[in-house]
Design a protein around this ligand. Structure first.
Ligand SMILES: [Zn+2]
Length: 46
């Protein structure tokens, strides 16, 4: 099993959005504050 995650992070300050397909376990920081998770799901091979 090697499903890739698909997380979309959002910065409340500048509106920057970053999508990750691999979770490294670290926090995503933008504008000096932790980015919030806007969308979280899994990529499944269809
Ligand atoms: Zn930002």
């Amino acid at each position: 099993m090697s499903n890739r995650i698909n997380k979309l992070y959002y910065c409340r300050h500048c509106g920057n959005e970053v999508s990750f397909v691999k979770d490294g376990g670290g926090k995503i920081i933008c504008c000096g504050e932790e980015m919030i998770i806007k969308k979280e799901g899994f990529n499944s091979e269809e």
